[in-house]
Design a protein around this ligand. Structure first.
Ligand code: F6P
Length: 410
């Protein structure tokens, strides 16, 4: 089709990425760029999230440029810039954004982000009438995408955000690797996993072999703490190799005896422009309490940015392409303020446009795990959750070495 016959010839679509990066961001950008180009749009990239529309602007042309969607992170760079006034930045930046949209002649924006970035986009759409389409992303997997998980004849409301499948695979591998060092020292390893408000990613550590898991959805009160220690001791003593991996979300609320209160552990006192503090360090607190109370050697390991780093895995690659197909549909039908999502949790081959729909974007964050996914009394993820993971990352498989050498008596 020649350029001047394309439907959106003469229009410009701009893409931005905001918030924490994921391994699927470049794949999302490339997939959206390719489809928008076929529709006739000139495609721009706004750099550093909303920040790229402040001041003189920071905009690049993505049309007809080579792109590597398998390379993790975002070539458009990211920030947690909030267009609206916040405690950290009281200035209203909306006028600057409007001015730059006009200067750069941008007709539509696709914002790839979580609740903060897409929430701000939705506000700009409602308040200023800027045509926006949101594209989901977060390794925490806690945006309400309304993707149904069909399990044993029941329907469970689950979530499927680009970035999570790659991060989950990374965390599974990370957890699996921890096993050999835990076994070699007969230790407990407390493995901290990102996840401020929900335990989806910690679930992938469990799927990767963690024996016990603590998630933000269930706080560890004084009473629950005693119960937790009993459970840890029992699990350790009955384990074949006298080794245990405990996965813990960074956002778990834990009872602090010295302060006689429940709280999270902060990595810093800083908050971002959306008011989020940075968590980190709960694994160290738990490991040292295990060592002191149970007299079992325990170590803390923070997986941190490992989950977010590295290449886009195949499931995410196809997921982002499929959701970008839905973006085409939204563009063709002028449906702004919407975000493409998968209707249900499907295996790799089911990632097809007919399985997608769209939801209203903005204020859809912090989607906790369904109760059926976690057994509070066992501190373990359930079979239903394992089935959810199997759809996305395939069957669980562990390498083990079950030795039982005869003891030599002199
Ligand atoms: O994007 C969400 C997230 O990955 C959280 O799990 C984590 O708390 C946060 O980002 C950390 O982000 P940063 O250190 O980049 O501000």
């Amino acid at each position: 089709m020649s350029q001047n016959k394309k439907l959106f010839n003469g229009k410009t679509l701009a893409i931005l990425t905001g918030g924490g990066d994921t391994p699927a961001l470049n794949s999302s950008i490339e997939s959206i760029r390719n489809r928008a180009s076929v529709l006739g749009y000139k495609v721009y990239g706004i750099r550093k999230g909303w920040k790229g529309l402040l001041g003189d602007g920071d905009v690049v042309d993505l049309s007809n440029q080579p792109y590597d969607g398998f390379y993790g992170g975002t070539a458009l760079l990211s920030s947690r810039t909030n267009p609206f006034p916040s405690k950290k930045n009281p200035e209203d930046r909306v006028p600057q954004i409007l001015r730059n949209l006009e200067r750069y002649k941008i007709d539509v924006i696709v914002t790839i982000g979580g609740d903060d970035t897409n929430g701000a986009a939705k506000r700009l759409y409602l308040q200023e009438g800027i045509p926006v389409i949101g594209f989901p992303k977060t390794i925490d997997n806690d945006l309400r995408t309304r993707s149904m998980h069909h399990y044993n004849g029941t329907e469970i409301e689950a979530v499927l955000c680009p970035g999570f499948p790659s991060a989950a695979k990374g965390i599974m591998e990370f957890t699996h690797r921890m096993r050999t060092t835990a076994e070699s020292h007969s230790r407990i390893i407390v493995l901290e996993v990102m996840g401020r408000d929900a335990g989806w990613l910690t679930g992938s550590a469990s799927f990767g072999g963690a024996d016990i898991a603590l998630i933000p959805e269930y706080e560890i009160t004084r009473e629950r703490k005693d119960f937790f220690f009993e459970r840890v001791k029992e699990a350790y003593m009955t384990s074949k190799k006298k080794a245990l991996i405990i996965a813990v979300s960074e956002g778990v609320r834990w009872y602090d005896e010295a302060k006689d209160k429940l709280g999270v552990v902060y990595a810093s006192s800083e908050v971002d422009e959306y008011g989020h503090p940075r968590f980190g360090g709960i694994s160290g607190v738990i490991a040292s309490e295990i060592t002191n109370k149970l007299k079992i050697e325990a170590r803390a390991q923070i997986s941190g940015y490992y989950a977010r780093a590295g290449e886009c895995r195949l499931y995410d690659r196809r997921l982002t392409q499929t959701l970008a197909d839905k973006v085409v549909d939204l563009l063709l039908s002028n449906q702004y303020g919407q975000m493409p999502v998968m209707k249900s949790i499907v295996k790799f081959q089911g990632l097809e446009e007919f399985n997608t729909t769209s939801v209203d974007m903005g204020s859809i964050g912090n989607m906790p795990l369904a109760e059926v996914y976690y057994d509070v009394n066992k501190f373990q993820f359930s079979d239903a959750f394992n089935d959810f993971m199997t759809q996305i990352v395939g069957e669980q498989h562990f390498l083990t070495f079950d030795y039982d050498f005869p003891v030599v008596i002199p």
